[in-house]
Every structure is written in C-alpha cells, then in structure tokens.
Design a protein. Structure first.
Length: 261
C-alpha cells in the first residue's frame, strides 16, 4: 500500500467517529471490482466526497440509504436514488435532503415544497418551478427567494412584485417587466431602481426623470432623451450631465454649438 493510500485509510472514520473497516462491510466484495476503495470511495465514510463517489459508482444501491440516520448520506442518496422515491423524502427532517428532493422532483410535483420552512428548500424550488408555483414564490417571505422568482417568472407577471419591500427585487422587476409596469416605477424610492427604469423607458417617456435627484439617473436620461429635453439638461447642477447634453446638441447640429447659434 502506498504512503498516500495508507494516510487516506487511516482517516477513514464513519459518521459516529468510529474507524471504518472493510471486514464488516456489506459491500466488501465490490472492492475487488474497483467499485469501492477504503478512504476514497466508501459509503460508510463520514466525508461527503467519498460517499458521493461510492453512490456515483453504485447508483442502484442509493435507494437503501434514503432512511439512514446520517443526514449527509441521505442527501447524497437522494441525489442518486430513483426519482420515484423522492416523494417519500419531502418531509425529511434535514433541509438539505428536502432541497435535493426539490432539485430532482418533476416540476409539476414541486408544489409541496414551495412553502417549506427552510429558505434553501424554497430557493431550490424557485430555480425550477413554473407557472403558479413560481408566481406564488414572488410573495415568499425571503427576499432571496423572491429575487430568483423575479428573474425566472414571465415578465407579464412581474407587476405583482413592483412594490416589493426590498429594492433588489424591484430592480429585477425594472430590468424585465413590460413597459407599462415601468412608468409608476419612475417614482421608486431607490435610485438604482429608477436607473434601471431610465435605461428601459422609451425616450419620449423620460421627461419626469430629467429632474431626478440622482446624478446617475439624469446622466442616463441625458444619453437617451429626445433632443428637446437637452435644453433642460444643459443647465443641470452636475457638470457631467451638462457636458453630455451639450455634446449631444453639438452633434445634432453637425458640429456647431447650438448654444452659440
């Protein structure tokens, strides 16, 4: 045995802190076939990588470990076991197990997990859900779940999240929602939300934002607004906005400074 293999074997400990031995293992016969290897590929080891290697090599055995007392083993068993056995795990006491179930269940079976008490489970659902289940997650109690749902939901449905209490969610809405949803968002309290709105509104809709209190918003307005609004922006309180407005006027006049014409 090499020094590396000896070091690995010496660290072969099970989930209860006991040394692992092949002598009393029900899978000992697999070792000769290379399907398990103490310290590297072992379902009795406490290390997740070693368990995962074993179950990847022997997926047919994953089903028998779905009710094991070691939660990490149940998580990895759920990763490799038959998808038809996933429903029996939706009430597993370990959130990581339920999250793995959410990644594997058919999409039309995710409804049972969208109100799970743990955010990581609902996040997993949000990354896969469709239709009503996804829309329901736009009202989830955790803003990270709502962010994922807002990124994935149909733009036409995002009006329900336009007034979300967290600006990160509203920014996503401003980036994706239809134009008619954007107009009221010009008055959002967060300048980064208004910035996204300024980037997406039609140029002729930007007049109100000419007077926005945030420099970044007015700068985008100066980049995109119709020429008629530039006459206001050349008097903006910020030099960068004034210079941009003047440059656009000069450009539109074919190189002649409109202010001096």
């Amino acid at each position: 045995m090499s020094e590396i293999s000896a070091a690995e074997d010496s660290d072969a400990i099970d989930w209860l802190g006991r040394p692992v031995s092949c002598k009393d293992c029900p899978h000992e016969a697999m070792r000769a076939e290379g399907r398990c290897d103490l310290g590297r590929i072992c379902v009795r080891d406490r290390r997740s990588k070693r368990i995962d290697r074993f179950l990847a090599n022997n997926p047919a055995l994953a089903n028998r470990y779905l009710s094991h007392s070691y939660a990490e083993l149940r998580v990895l068993a759920a990763k490799h076991a038959s998808v038809f056995l996933m429903p029996q795990l939706v009430d597993d006491p370990e959130p990581d197990v339920r999250a793995m179930v959410a990644y594997r269940l058919p999409v039309n079976r995710l409804g049972a997990l969208k109100r799970d008490g743990d955010r990581k489970v609902r996040l997993a659902v949000a990354y896969r859900a469709e239709g009503k289940d996804l829309v329901d997650l736009l009202s989830d109690g955790d803003y990270a779940v709502r962010c994922v749902a807002a990124r994935r939901a149909s733009p036409d449905l995002l009006v329900v999240a336009r007034n979300d209490p967290v600006s990160d969610v509203r920014r996503i809405v401003a980036q994706r929602a239809p134009a008619d949803v954007l107009v009221p968002m010009m008055f959002d309290d967060d300048p980064l939300v208004r910035l996204e709105v300024a980037r997406r509104l039609e140029p002729h809709q930007l007049e109100i934002l000419v007077h926005d209190e945030d420099l970044r918003v007015r700068f985008v307005v100066a980049e995109r607004c119709p020429e008629a609004l530039l006459a206001y922006l050349v008097h903006d309180r910020d030099l960068e906005v004034r210079n941009l407005a003047r440059a656009r006027i000069v450009s539109s006049d074919g190189g002649t400074d409109g202010a001096g014409a």
